[in-house]
Design a protein around this ligand. Structure first.
Ligand code: SAM
Length: 253
């Protein structure tokens, strides 16, 4: 459990990463379009889930963004934790966060007491590297889960951090944090159905369950390579060249 939720928010997260994240969502054409749910449906199918799963059970969408991927689970009762929720609901016409049964406009580092022991599934997609204390988030998620619950964690792995992604994530650092939070892997995936990553790095997804021990051996499950993983080299070539070109063309200050 996170016992330090009252400590001041780190400057980089509150003054750089989150304002940048808000602008990104305000201008996001993909999330505003029908392609968002079509792609999300493909994503959950690739991760081994069906729309009827978790009927009448609680699914917690952690770092839900401006539109609920969790609505894929059409019969589930949804809770969402999203620090920009109030801004998104107030400023984005297509935002559907108000469709969740309960919505918490809070960082996931903060323990949400009413969720303790309630969730059949907690999902956290492309969030952990955007946060400021990933261990606290994983500890909180562990306490939201029922004993028979599942945790879907999908991240972009990247060794470096930047303004929008304050947390660097490697398989090793992730395994260490998941062990501390007492999770064990059930299945794993590399890449996404249509691309190698969400934004940059390398997409890595784990479906986990609560465990008693403090070791998470992610190598115990062989990751399924999704179609998009094949195109990692091409993405790196094209986007790497574009980034270099942009840097070269940028006037010196
Ligand atoms: C790239 S978006 C992903 C949104 C959504 N999960 C999706 O897949 O569409 C990252 C989200 O993480 C949220 N986020 C950033 N820091 C967070 C934190 N400390 N706790 C919970 N969510 C956070 C951001 O506000 C943003 O909505």
């Amino acid at each position: 459990m996170n016992t330090e939720s009252d400590k001041p928010l780190p400057d980089q997260w509150s003054q750089k990463a989150q304002p940048g994240e808000k602008l990104f969502h305000l201008a996001n054409k993909w999330r505003a379009s029908p392609a968002f749910m079509a792609d999300t449906t493909r994503l959950f199918a690739a991760f081994g889930f069906a729309a009827d799963d978790f009927a009448d059970q609680i699914v917690v969408d952690v770092g839900a963004g401006s539109r609920l991927r969790s609505r894929f689970f059409a019969k589930a009762r949804l809770a969402a934790v999203e620090p920009l929720a109030d801004d998104f609901v107030g400023e984005i016409s297509w935002c559907d966060l108000d469709q969740a049964e309960s919505l918490y406009s809070e960082p996931a580092e903060k323990m949400i007491e009413p969720l303790r022991g309630q969730a059949s599934l907690v999902m956290c997609i492309n969030v952990l590297d955007h946060t400021y204390d990933p261990q606290a988030i994983l500890d909180n998620i562990r306490s939201y889960l029922r004993d028979d619950g599942l945790f879907l964690l999908s991240v972009d792995l990247h060794a470096g951090a930047d303004e929008l992604h304050p947390v660097a994530l490697t398989r090793e650092s992730l395994a260490q944090m998941l062990g501390k939070a007492r999770f064990e892997p059930v299945r794993a995936y590399e890449g996404l159905p249509g691309s190698p990553y969400y934004g940059h790095g390398w997409a890595y997804t784990l479906v986990l369950r609560p465990s008693a021990g403090q070791r998470c051996d992610v190598d115990a499950v062989q990751p399924v390579r999704l179609r998009g993983a094949r195109w990692g080299w091409a993405y790196r070539l094209v986007f790497g060249a574009a980034r270099t070109l942009k840097r070269l063309l940028k006037p010196n200050p």
